[in-house]
Design a protein around this ligand. Structure first.
Ligand code: C2E
Ligand code: CA
Ligand code: CA
Length: 753
């Protein structure tokens, strides 16, 4: 496809080609004009030579006649003689004029001659040639007779005769000729004076500047007895050429006028044709360039559509959004807009459940809702998948958060595209555009980054100092992780589990603690989610597991009774199907007997059918290798009883949330139901986070198997745990659950049940 630059080069080439063709045409027409001028000039000069020659010949004849007559005896019939001579020499009138007034002439009546005689301008001394007011040409030759009488021989050529001579000079009858003197007086008038009359009109006509300029040149040149040429048009728009060539007689000039078209003939047609060719080429090239440009524009628009339009929403895509945002920022002061990144939570799951087409409809619907929520000078685009960007003309975090909440509300108010009523949840991140010099991509990264921090929360998180500090802190924790593993800064704490049947220690949960020499004690809630994201948790879990195995081996060697320990397993392990291998190896390495270690997995790992299958296999594998498996935090998230049917779980750990409101009958019924179901399915139930005697009493009555919580102990360091365990055994506990209940609390619980 042709580019703008190539079209420009093509256009320039065409323009240059046309200019050079025009120049060539003009050059040729100039050359032709010069040639025409030369040709016309040549003919005019030739005619002037011929005319001079003829006049000179006439003068010679007259001189010969004069000398003949001078030597002749007196003739009786002189008039007759003169008549014969006039006929022979083609003069109209030949006369002998004597000083004494005698005139002998042939038989011709001439007013010109009479006027000339009357004016008595006769010269008896020299030969003369006159123009008699343009009406006649008069040759006068002095002659002397033997009596001493002065006489002159006069020959007159009247206008008609003169014009006969001129007709030979007029371009084969196609032009007109006349003879003028240097002052412009007519010497021999043309046969048709009309053209000359028009010429004089043109001379005085305004605006014909080039004619008057040429006339000045003509006057100069005639004064120098030079020949020349002059172009002009008549008032009746006839284009003529005028040539002037000096005669070698007096100060006379021959002037000939001829029509330009007769001289130029086909030259004009040729000029017109070549101009037409240039015009044709110009038109063809212009059409071609126009076609190329319109084709280019069309393909440019298509390309723009491909590169600037999102195929799903049929509206701006991310590059178009970035371009518009850049322009918008440039036109406004800093901190005018907030850039918001939106991401639909769990959209992948929606896509898997409803299919790609319905998923696309949801995205289109979402785009429409976002677009409808915009105010003037605000922007929206779908950047990819289920990711959207908004540019809002609001700067306060509260206002932006409220707008996103409103968008979420409209999004869920009516869903016209799918039968499945999905509650769409958004993850939002905002960045107040306070630095307009930043790359738009960096701004988008900041908003996206803030949204990642918002994960799990339903509000918009904003990119700012706190976020950056948090990120830095996390980066710091990440950077010291490897060294901490190496230096064994991670400690295993044990939290006892007490069996409600005999109130004895029945197990413990291993919980990790990070005791950094420099930063002090770091809470698991600060680093577990972080290490789950970057998968360092796999290393940590294995570390904790090995520490537990080491301790258990130690206890065995020291002859201490062994209690079952549960170890937390992060969901991150599931990605690697062979993860259990390493745990089995460690178990074997430390020779831990079967069924003494339990893996706690959280139900949040169980997302879809595929994953349930995986977990099922994984649990079977655990059993094969002598591990127990418990379902942690049961009831915290979206618990499903169906899971219990699917999975071969050994223990259910009921989440602390269940027991926050133990006075509530419904809560008790639910707990009692769960315990009953679990028992029917052959599973044991451990209640977590138990803090009060009341909770404990209630759980006793509900036949819960074991309890873990502050009521017995917080997680303890291994040495503290050993001390605690010894102390508890030594103190001796009531051996039944009922015995542990005080009389008052038992009756209270009974009332509740
Ligand atoms: P979790 O597995 O549900 O562990 C129980 C948490 O509840 C522990 O917090 C424990 O200290 C706390 N707890 C126990 N009894 C009570 C009580 O009566 N009241 C209250 N308020 N809290 C109680 P901890 O040790 O801070 O651990 C938090 C979470 O971190 C754990 O929740 C677990 O999900 C995770 N975690 C801890 N250690 C590990 C580990 O080694 N590997 C993995 N993957 N996760 C771990
Ligand atoms: Ca746990
Ligand atoms: Ca738990």
């Amino acid at each position: 496809m042709m580019k703008r630059r190539e079209i420009f080069i093509l256009s320039c080439t065409v323009v240059l080609l046309i200019i050079s063709m025009l120049c060539n045409t003009l050059y040729l027409s100039n050359i032709l004009k010069e040639k025409t001028d030369l040709y016309v000039q040549d003919i005019s000069n030739q005619s002037a030579g011929n005319l001079s020659y003829q006049i000179d010949s006439n003068l010679n004849y007259m001189e010969q006649l004069a000398s003949t007559i001078s030597r002749m005896p007196q003739l009786t019939d002189m008039s007759d003689f003169l008549q014969r001579k006039a006929n022979a020499l083609r003069f109209d009138l030949i006369a002998i004029v004597s000083q004494d007034g005698e005139i002998i002439k042939n038989d011709f009546q001439s007013d010109c001659f009479d006027n000339w005689i009357a004016l008595n301008q006769i010269s008896y001394e020299k030969t003369e040639l006159f123009s008699l007011d343009g009406h006649a040409l008069l040759f006068s030759v002095p002659m002397t007779n033997d009596r001493g009488n002065e006489r002159v021989l006069v020959g007159i050529l009247e206008q008609k005769s003169m014009q006969q001579i001129l007709t030979q000079m007029n371009f084969d009858g196609n032009g007109l000729a006349c003879v003028v003197d240097v002052m412009g007086n007519i010497v021999i008038a043309p046969t048709d004076p009309q053209t000359f009359m028009q010429f004089s009109d043109i001379i005085y006509k305004d605006g014909e500047r080039h004619v008057s300029k040429d006339l000045k040149k003509m006057i100069d040149e005639t004064n120098r007895k030079a020949s020349g040429i002059l172009y002009f048009s008549t008032v009746s728009n006839e284009d003529l050429i005028l040539c002037y060539s000096p005669l070698n007689i007096n100060d006379w000039f021959l002037i000939t006028i001829v029509r330009q078209d007769l001289i130029k003939g086909d030259i004009n047609i040729y000029e017109l044709r070549s101009l037409a060719v240039v015009a044709g080429v110009f038109i063809v090239c212009t059409i071609l360039i126009f076609l190329i440009i319109s084709a280019y524009e069309k393909s440019r628009k298509r390309l723009e559509e491909i590169t600037m339009i999102d195929p799903l929403t049929k509206d701006d895509n991310n590059p178009a959004f970035q371009m518009k945002l850049k322009a918008l920022i440039a036109k406004n002061p800093p901190a005018t807009f907030t850039l918001v990144f939106l991401n639909i939570k769990g959209f992948q799951l929606i896509n898997e459940n409803v299919g790609i087409a319905a998923g696309d409809n949801i995205l289109k619907y979402m785009y429409r809702v976002l677009k409808a929520s915009l105010k003037e000078n605000e922007l929206v685009c779908r950047s990819e998948m289920d990711h959207f960007f908004l540019c809002l003309r609001d700067t306060s975090e509260e206002v932006v958060t409220a707008r996103i909440a409103k968008i979420t509300e409209s999004l869920n108010s009516f869903n016209e595209y799918t039968d499945i009523a999905y509650g769409l949840m958004l993850e939002a991140g905002g960045y107040l555009i306070d630095d307009p010099d930043l790359e738009v991509r960096t701004m988008q990264d900041r908003a996206r980054f803030a949204s990642i921090r918002a994960q799990g929360k339903s509000v918009c998180s904003f990119f700012g100092r706190t976020l950056l500090e948090q990120v830095r802190k996390e980066a710091g924790l990440n950077s010291i992780f490897d060294a901490s593993i190496k230096h064994r800064d991670f400690q295993v704490y044990l939290q006892p589990k007490v069996g409600l049947s005999d109130m004895n220690l029945c197990g413990a949960e291993a919980l990790v603690r990070w005791e950094h020499p420099e930063y002090g004690m770091i809470s698991p809630s600060d680093f577990i989610p972080l290490f789950e994201k970057n998968e360092k948790i796999c290393i940590l879990d294995l570390y904790v597991f090995e520490e537990v195995c080491k301790w258990m081996q130690n206890s065995m060697e020291e002859g201490e009774p062994l209690i079952p320990i549960s170890v937390n397993l992060s969901r991150t392990h599931i990605k690697n199907l062979n993860f259990l291998r390493e745990f089995v190896d460690i178990k074997e390495k430390y020779q831990i007997p079967d069924h003494m270690i339990e893996f706690e997995i959280t139900e949040s790992v169980l997302i879809n059918v595929e994953q349930i299958k995986l977990i099922k296999n994984m649990i079977n594998e655990m059993h094969r290798n002598g591990f127990h498996c418990s379902l942690d935090d049961f009831g915290f998230g979206y618990s499903s009883l169906a899971l219990l049917k699917e999975l071969d779980i050994d223990v259910i750990k009921l989440d602390k949330n269940f027991f926050d409101d133990m006075n509530n009958q419904k809560s008790q019924n639910i707990i009692s139901g769960f315990i009953e179901i679990a028992h029917k399915l052959g599973m044991k139930v451990v209640a977590e986070g138990i803090e009060t005697q009341e909770q404990l009493n209630c759980l006793c009555c509900l036949h819960c198997d074991a309890v873990q919580g502050y009521i017995f102990s917080k997680p303890l360091s291994i040495s503290d745990f050993e001390t605690w365990s010894r102390a508890r055994t030594a103190a001796g506990r009531p051996d039944t659950c009922a015995a542990s209940l005080s009389a008052s609390s038992a009756s209270a619980v009974k009332k509740l049940l």
